[in-house]
Design a protein around this ligand. Structure first.
Ligand code: HEC
Length: 150
């Protein structure tokens, strides 16, 4: 009996401590200030994001000697691109690869081909970039064909 209750206590502690560990890594309470979309566009050009990205309706200065960009940012999506998702896509590109591309086109051994800017990009630049990018996403309702049966 004693052993059983000691064991139960031990298991209980592990569960609780495990829970705390998860809590410690939780994004609860995370919030960044609003950025400036105009400054974000300047940052996009300055950091040469258009080496690899194009955005419908936006023209960026030509980059001689660089292959045409191949990953679209913005455009039609079926679900809103949240602030958190865009921040994550920039500072942790391999966390979740962009939808709609064959993995070997945008990644190598599971790692995104996007540069990691974390050592060079300021937080202000990050939030400005996100403010610039977010309005370019247009949420569309997926279209399904229904067939009516008599
Ligand atoms: C060397 C090429 C390259 C450069 C330069 C680059 N990216 Fe990317 N980026 C990629 C690739 C490849 C992906 C798709 C794989 C992924 O999701 O990480 C991507 C994905 C993204 C996504 C997610 C798109 C989606 O639909 O989920 C965002 C947002 C993004 N990049 C922003 C930026 C910004 C901002 C810059 C400049 C600071 C930048 N990228 C520079 C290659 C690049």
């Amino acid at each position: 009996m004693k052993l059983t209750s000691t064991l139960a206590l031990l298991l209980f502690s592990i569960a609780v401590l495990g829970g705390c560990e998860r809590d410690r890594m939780s994004e609860r309470g995370f919030s960044l200030p609003e950025g400036d979309p105009v400054a974000g566009r300047d940052t996009f050009v300055y950091m040469q994001c258009h080496q690899c990205h194009f955005i419908e309706g936006e023209q960026f200065p030509a980059l001689p000697g660089v292959d045409p960009p191949y990953v679209e940012l913005g455009g039609k999506v079926t679900r809103v691109k949240s602030y958190g998702e865009l921040v994550t896509a920039i500072i942790n590109p391999s966390h979740k690869l962009a939808d709609g591309y064959p993995p070997d086109r945008v990644s190598e051994a599971g790692e995104s081909l996007m540069y990691v800017y974390n050592r060079y990009m300021t937080i202000q630049e990050l939030i400005d970039l996100v403010m610039f990018l977010q309005p370019h996403y247009e949420v569309v309702v997926p279209h399904y064909d229904y067939r009516m049966y008599p």
